[in-house]
Design a protein around this ligand. Sequence first.
Ligand SMILES: Cc1cc2nc3c(=O)[nH]c(=O)nc-3n(C[C@H](O)[C@H](O)[C@H](O)COP(=O)(O)OP(=O)(O)OC[C@H]3O[C@@H](n4cnc5c(N)ncnc54)[C@H](O)[C@@H]3O)c2cc1C
Length: 476
Amino acid sequence: MTSQPIHVVGGGLAGSEAAWQIAEQGLPVVLHEMRPVRTTEAHKTDGLAELVCSNSFRSDDWETNAVGLLHAEMRRAGSLILAAGDQHKLPAGGALAVDRDAFSAEVTARLTSHPRVTIARGEIEGLPPADWDNVVVATGPLTSPSLSSAVRGLTGEAELAFFDAIAPVVHIESVDETIAWRQSRYDKAGPAGTGADYINCPFSKDEYEAFIDAMLAGEKTVFKEWEANTPYFNGCLPAEVMAERGRETLRFGPMKPVGLTDPRTGRRPYAVVQLRQDNALGTLWNIVGFQTKLKHAEQVRVFRMIPGLGEADFARLGGLHRNTFLNSPKLLDAELRLKAQPRLRFAGQITGVEGYVESAAIGLLAGRFAAAERLGSALPPPPATTALGALLAHITGGHLLDAEASGASSFQPMNINYGLLPPLETAPAAGSDGRKLKGKERGAEKKRVMSRRALADLDAWIETTGRADATGHILA
Ligand SMILES: Cc1cc2nc3c(=O)[nH]c(=O)nc-3n(C[C@H](O)[C@H](O)[C@H](O)COP(=O)(O)OP(=O)(O)OC[C@H]3O[C@@H](n4cnc5c(N)ncnc54)[C@H](O)[C@@H]3O)c2cc1C
């Protein structure tokens, strides 16, 4: 073992958490943060773990909400971000909302006063120096240009994106397959398929016209000033912009019905919306070609007009944002190391997770992996049945490649959700009181069982890696 410190680049949500985890494993760490020497378009302060927009870590309900489960797991694993969040929480119903200034000040103070943490203010321009042998890069969605272009040099042009173009994703059990049917265009099997790889939602002419009207009338979000000039239009037009170009544009684009036969009528429908499998488990399906800037509530209303999606339960809604992120399933190994240069490990939003909590969660894992590597001890990944493990599996290989686009990745950033966890072998039919469960009640009970399974499995994993007290300190 060398006495060299581990270097963490970026003192945001992920980098702060990674540095804490490394220090708590007894190792020296240098945390490099470019602010205030250089800033991003979204940050306003020089505090570590600054929340750039909302002050919410979303639901804190560990039993029936996947992000609440992730909170619970991170608390058990000694997360600095959760400990500081809990210390500075504000009233927000079932959500964990925080006083953003006090929260950031707390993270900054705890890292600054930690005996094994050194904070270095300044931008890492280009790749980290060659003699840094163990580095966590956690520079976020707005990674500075010199570093992002150096990373691009290592990964190749196509593998580091500067914009996400997210199409909504639905949970499979909410799709009405008495209306929608499985078929690939012209029944083509392709390299990894069966000929029935897509779920097709058929439109009559009247349904199509009503849907186009709703897309056109739906309220949209506007780009921030600094995002407006990013040329996202090449290749990933928002669906509503296509609709604005002409009422038939979608019917000749992502909604074209050619090569498809509705088994209920024996005919080709007027138009279709296709769903494509989004994760290896087959629990999540994305709406092909429907990246959108419609507001979230509008998306739910408009996309439930799609025949077969009347009761759709969305795992993720669509969006388009400035966002630097890697094609992680292809580029990173199971411990978040860049295959092309394994001394570099990535964490946070740049790995293709979405959100404050998810970014910090990947920081926690990257910190633990980096420390284990330095200590010469093997750290198994958390089980895929846990929220931490499921998120890690999603970015390091749980996602599917888009075979139709000749191997190009359809990987897009994702929040934690139950669809990323392996389904239960048998869904609960009755509640704890023995009463038979139906509909939403059954869904909620399923989540409870998955959450209990997750925490039991996480506890077993933690025993091998170090349990923390309520303040985030790892107990000996
Ligand atoms: C405008 C915007 C709004 C968002 N709003 C929300 C929201 O409301 N809720 C939510 O959950 N998520 C939101 N996100 C998404 C995401 O969760 C946050 O961006 C989150 O902060 C990501 O954590 P991170 O640690 O990966 O990156 P960051 O928290 O951004 O941390 C990265 C850090 O690296 C530093 N850095 C960058 N390049 C270098 C370099 N070369 N050298 C040294 N330091 C460097 C930056 O200054 C920054 O401090 C938003 C993202 C953006 C861009």
